[in-house]
Design a protein around this ligand. Structure first.
Ligand SMILES: Cc1cc2nc3c(=O)[nH]c(=O)nc-3n(C[C@H](O)[C@H](O)[C@H](O)COP(=O)(O)O)c2cc1C
Length: 174
């Protein structure tokens, strides 16, 4: 395998867990995106960038947007970690929202994360509770994937599994 680096942005730990599993599997480093410099990243042939999903945005994607002109020769794979189930419409919405313009051709993989109200900041917990209340008033048949996940999760749920990194490894080896 060429030189690979895993960059990750994780507020509550699920993305960090996936980044560490990838680093173990690929025998490479996993570095927090906010601590990575362009110079350091450019030393690698392959960049795997992962971020937690918050209000439909992939954390850390700005690093790629800002630096893409210097990285376009590299093999780049993006992975998002959210609470929504693995559903095609949820993944295409993430792609449309986050991978625009020059980033639109990049592969996007999805791994399911975790929700733990007890670990959240006051603001995040309040937001999640508010969204849950709003969802509870809707017909479950028209829930968005993210709303369904919130309602199903209860106060805490962990969907992380090591096997979910497999599609990322498959992209790398393709
Ligand atoms: C304020 C907030 C907003 C969120 N928004 C979304 C969302 O839009 N879509 C989604 O699938 N998951 C959403 N989630 C769930 C997170 O993506 C999930 O907790 C994930 O594990 C976060 O990654 P991390 O554990 O690495 O921080 C949200 C969570 C919080 C706290």
């Amino acid at each position: 395998m060429d030189r690979v680096i895993v960059l990750y942005s994780s507020k509550y730990g699920a993305t960090r867990k996936y980044a560490r599993w990838l680093a173990e599997e690929l025998e490479c480093r996993a570095v927090e995106t906010k601590k990575a410099s362009l110079e350091q990243v450019r030393e690698h042939d392959t960049i795997i960038l992962g971020g937690g999903v918050y209000a439909s945005g992939i954390a850390g994607i700005r690093f790629l947007k800002r630096n893409y002109p210097h990285l376009r020769e590299k093999k780049i794979i993006v992975f998002a970690v959210g609470a929504s189930p693995h559903e095609e419409n949820a993944i295409s919405a993430l792609r449309e929202r986050n991978l625009k313009g020059p980033l639109s051709g990049l592969p996007l993989c999805y791994c399911r994360g975790a929700l733990d109200e007890g670990a959240m900041t006051w603001l995040d917990r309040t937001l999640c509770k508010m969204l849950k209340k709003m969802a509870a008033k809707k017909d479950p048949a028209i829930y968005e994937p993210w709303e369904r996940a919130l309602v199903e999760a209860g106060p805490s749920h962990d969907w992380t599994e090591r096997e979910q990194i497999q599609p990322i490894l498959d992209h790398l080896r393709a």
